[in-house]
Design a protein around this ligand. Sequence first.
Ligand code: SF4
Ligand code: SF4
Ligand code: SF4
Length: 248
Amino acid sequence: NGKSFFVDLTLCTACRGCQVACKQWKDLPAEQTRNVGSHQNPQDLSAHTLKLVRFKEVRDKKGELRWNFFPEQCRHCIEPPCKYMLNMYKSNAVTHDSKTGAVVYNESVTLSKSVDLAPDQLCPYNVPRKNEETGQWTKCDMCIDRVQQGLKPACVTACPTGTMNFGDRDAMLEMAGKRLEAVKKTHPNAFLADPEDVRVIYLCQSDADDYASHVVAQAAHKQAIWAQVRPAEQTRRQFLTGQFKFGN
Ligand code: SF4
Ligand code: SF4
Ligand code: SF4
């Protein structure tokens, strides 16, 4: 069953410990940013920012302002479309670890700079980012090096509030189910974001749009990505197994 994260957004204080821990563990450089009137910093994921705490100001039903925080990262999809898409351009660009379920972009593989893809063509959560200098696609790798040594991902270890949790998938699903039940008593619209499809399971206390875009995957978006993948992947498999016939 592999591993999973449970991210309880009801507890997040936007301290950004997870964001900083990710930078430190991955030894990623700082980015030049500017104040745009929000505490969110930087404004987007990038090849140098694999984890980003998004801030969104919303009004609740009583009309009172509330900050919602969304520590965003790759969801490590159970069936990751980015793997099929990128491996169509270069085999082994992406591996899917059978023990943990981590979806890992191979650092030694770069695509030709002429391959022109947008993040949302690869991912229904709009997560991966291209390093424009190297042509390499990047994203969170579940801290697979730590996890294989029995440690938790750096962002989970750094979180002081219990928002970020990590462990065996069954245990995380159980924890998520129990917390959802408890939170629903005061927030009846609370929900888990795509728990069957991903290994990073967010508990939201109100609508997905109250947090950020791409908190949940849209069915039409997923279909559009898979429509690009499946025929080509089938053709590649037919080639490899000697079943391909010209004129198919
Ligand atoms: Fe790939 Fe996006 Fe799924 Fe991460 S969330 S595994 S980048 S498709
Ligand atoms: Fe960053 Fe590791 Fe957390 Fe992924 S699991 S967001 S790489 S610290
Ligand atoms: Fe939220 Fe925990 Fe990240 Fe702080 S470390 S921003 S509480 S998820």
